[in-house]
Write a protein that binds this ligand. Structure first.
Ligand SMILES: C[S@@+](CC[C@H](N)C(=O)[O-])C[C@H]1O[C@@H](n2cnc3c(N)ncnc32)[C@H](O)[C@@H]1O
Length: 375
């Protein structure tokens, strides 16, 4: 996020932000002192006038509440968040209501409230504009930052592991990806400070993923590794032991969608499973094996789409969901995500629309992200 120059004027109106995400950094003690003063104010008009003074003080480059560098004595807000909170206090209809909003703002500065599975500060929940909570994801732009590319046919968009790690892990937690592919989860794990271990069948993909991970900085100094192996039979306990661990806090599975893409000729490659039923049972087995090293109350994410065979819709997603629910997991959410449009698909769009009209079917535009909790 861009940092605001602390000595530049700061406008706290609700209008005309350069960027909603611009950061405002303030001296925490000075700010808390100011809030305490506001709490003693006994009329709404005086409180509004104090808020207006504050707004002007923030535009005054000499004012003491400006800080230099981020330390534990500073607090950061997005410009939009601070502005909206102050606006809400100023436009409250009663003093009691204004004080209520003020108390909430004070809490957001003085207290951190996180759940047991992530680092999101629930006292500042309004600031997490980047964290999705809806069950329909329409994401038309893949994150191409750093070493991420769409180069590996069948890789998922980095936003998927990114969102899942932010919601379901804390910094320093351990994440297991049973189908590492080109390493998208590993790269995101490294960026977010999550130790991440992947399993991948194909030697060339293991090498590829390792190269990508090495090309990104490991600023949180976490362990990120990918092991060549068969995720249906690998001993996850022994795997984790190598890293001095006995469990993980999140499992991500992004399997082949049965035989839609044949990833290799290897008989252990589950895209070569002999039937849909065998494929679904394999996924169930992997989920059950991974569950043995997943902490209780933690989450398993499976990303999968459906397929057509001889004109019939084969609901791989729901079949997988049912299978995994028999394996000691409860279903927490079904997210439906669009397929982003690639240049190749765009050229074929008309053709598929025509075929759909002739054949009386619908063209796949979505896949599923199933979220399970270990019971
Ligand atoms: C859909 S891709 C995963 C892509 C990955 N999420 C990414 O972003 O690059 C599925 C991967 O599973 C691998 N695979 C298939 N069968 C496997 C098995 N039995 N054990 C481990 N990996 C397997 C394939 O080689 C392929 O790379």
């Amino acid at each position: 996020m861009p940092q605001r120059d602390l000595h530049a004027p700061l406008f706290l109106g609700n209008e005309g932000f350069a960027s909603e995400n611009q950061m405002v950094r303030l001296d925490k003690n000075a700010l808390m002192g100011l809030f305490e003063q506001w709490k003693t104010i006994s009329s709404l008009a005086s409180l509004r006038s104090a808020l207006s003074d504050f707004k002007h003080a923030l535009q005054d480059t000499q004012h003491t509440i400006y800080g230099h560098g981020l330390t534990q004595h500073h607090v950061e807000f997005t410009q939009a968040y601070l502005s909206n909170e102050l606006h809400q206090i100023a436009t409250a209809l009663t003093l009691a209501r204004a004080q209520y909003y003020l108390d909430r703002l004070i809490k957001s500065v003085s207290e951190v409230r996180t759940s047991s599975v992530n680092d999101l500060n629930l006292n500042r929940w309004k600031e997490y504009n980047d964290v999705l909570t809806d069950s329909l994801w329409l994401i038309d732009r893949r994150d191409h930052s750093g070493v991420h590319t769409a180069g590996y046919w069948g890789n998922f968009i980095p936003q998927i592991p990114n969102q899942m790690m932010k919601r379901y892990t804390k910094k320093g937690d351990w994440v297991l990806d049973t189908f590492a592919g080109s390493g998208t989860t590993l790269i995101e794990g490294q960026r977010l400070g999550r130790n991440t271990i992947g399993v991948e069948l194909q030697h060339r993909m293991v090498e590829h993923a390792k190269k990508l991970v090495a090309a990104e900085s490991n600023k949180h100094d976490v362990t990120v590794d990918v092991i060549e192996g068969d995720s249906t039979t690998i001993n996850y306990k022994a795997l984790l032991k190598k890293y001095g661990q006995t469990s993980v806090q999140l499992v991500i599975m992004h399997p082949p969608y049965f035989d839609i893409i044949k990833f290799s000729d290897d008989v252990h490659d589950i895209s070569n499973a002999s039937s849909v039923d065998v494929f679904i049972t394999m996924l169930g087995t992997i989920a059950a094996n991974a569950a043995q090293v997943l902490d209780q109350g933690r989450y398993l994410v499976i990303v999968i789409g459906d397929k057509y065979a001889q004109g019939d819709w084969i609901p791989l997603g729901f079949q997988t969901m049912n299978e995994v629910m028999q394996r000691g997991f409860s279903l927490k959410s079904i997210i439906v995500k669009n397929f982003e449009e690639t240049a190749g698909k765009r050229n074929q769009k008309e053709l598929w629309r025509y075929r759909a009209l002739v054949g009386g079917f619908y063209v796949f535009k979505h896949e599923y992200i199933f979220l399970f909790k270990k019971q």
